[in-house]
Design a binder for this molecule. Structure first.
Ligand code: 13P
Length: 351
């Protein structure tokens, strides 16, 4: 019998039942600008750094989060008492992953479509991160849905870049999170979102195959199949769950351990409800988990009261992690959502 590789075991751990990934790869200036949500007091990068420390210090962080994704600068950041933030995360049994992309550039000859930057010199950076205990890297490529977009050429170029990063990651013993995202923003219908997602996933898995990447040793991060955010007709929860799975089953190899969905601008509740609905359908070949950014990060940012009220932010983070953990088991409910939503021990603030 063939034994499971270390990469495959790590990939499985990242999408273990009841757990998922927190995509906390937002720069400090992004937190200040309100990418995740508005906080009354987070106005400076110092405040934002304090917020990041608060996240890393959250007791019980690892109960429903297998992993957390950050930008490379976090590896060099220390908490107020001098402890490296990476150590705070590792102490809770949470795997650390890095987003290595360094920006975007226009696809040659295009005015509207982009490819990520950051493959140059990546091998050296991966090696250094591996030595510092990093377990995985996430490489995001994105397709916009507009009239005439995305083009086939953009899908193919982006699929190649994600496969190139995956090959390098494997070379240095890191699990790649492969992230082809079809953006949800736009007026397009759910049918169009389905078609573009199917095509992008095909191109991605073709490129992975050409790069000799075993599906067992990656985690797929992708979008749910929803109606565009500005589409007048919005598909309900059950349709989103069915269509997302119908699309994935056409393309994603059963050997893949799991899919961590991105939230893509959905409300916290919609993202959780959709994941839960999918997990209530018949068992799938892969774990259906989360790799949410905004749909986890928004609540703690909004609950956090600047530097003075860490416990509210941490309660909000634990709550969203728990709700999404339940959704990975198909056990989330509106009652659970309400019953334990104590993200704001207001009484404590008045004491
Ligand atoms: P959202 O869940 O906010 O879409 O972000 C996930 C992410 O990491 C995109 O790369």
């Amino acid at each position: 019998m063939t034994t499971e590789s270390t990469l495959a075991a790590t990939a499985r751990r990242m999408v273990a039942p009841g757990k998922g990934i927190f995509a906390a790869d937002v720069p400090l200036k992004g937190l200040v600008r309100g990418w995740w949500g508005e906080s009354a007091h987070a106005r400076t990068e110092e405040d934002a750094a304090h917020f990041q420390e608060m996240i890393c210090r959250t007791a019980g962080l690892g109960e429903h989060l297998s992993s957390i994704i950050v930008f490379p600068d976090v590896l060099d950041r220390r908490a107020g008492d001098g402890t490296p933030l990476a150590d705070l995360v590792a102490e809770q049994g949470v795997l650390l992953g890095i987003t290595p992309t360094t920006g975007w550039q226009l696809l040659g000859g295009s005015e509207h479509e982009y490819v990520p930057r950051g493959l140059d010199g990546l091998a050296k950076r991966l090696e250094a991160w591996r030595e510092r205990g990093v377990a995985f890297v996430k490489w995001r490529v994105a397709a916009r849905v507009r009239t005439g977009l995305p083009t086939e050429r953009a899908l193919v170029s982006n699929a190649r870049s994600v496969a190139e990063c995956a090959a390098l990651a494997h070379q240095f013993g890191l699990v790649p999170i492969v992230e082809p995202e079809v953006e949800m923003k736009g007026e397009h219908t759910i049918e169009r979102q389905f078609d573009v997602t199917e095509r992008f996933l095909h191109r991605t898995f073709e490129a992975l195959y050409e790069h000799d990447i075993l599906p067992e040793e990656i985690v797929l991060k992708t979008n749910m199949v929803v109606s565009g955010s500005d589409c007048p007709e919005q598909a309900g929860v059950d349709i989103v769950a069915q269509e997302t799975l119908r699309c994935l089953r056409r393309v994603v190899p059963p050997a893949l351990p799991g899919i961590g969905f991105l939230s893509g601008g959905q409300s916290d509740r919609d993202a959780t409800a959709h994941l839960d609905a999918m997990n209530r359908l018949a068992p799938q070949p892969w774990a259906l988990s989360f790799s949410f950014g905004r749909a986890i990060g928004r609540a703690p940012v909004e609950a956090w009261d600047g530097k003075t009220d860490e416990s509210s932010g941490q309660t909000a983070l634990r709550h969203r992690a728990r709700m999404n953990g339940l959704a990975t088991l198909g056990e989330w409910s509106a009652v659970a959502e309400k019953g334990n939503g104590q993200r704001q021990p207001a009484a404590r603030r008045d004491e």
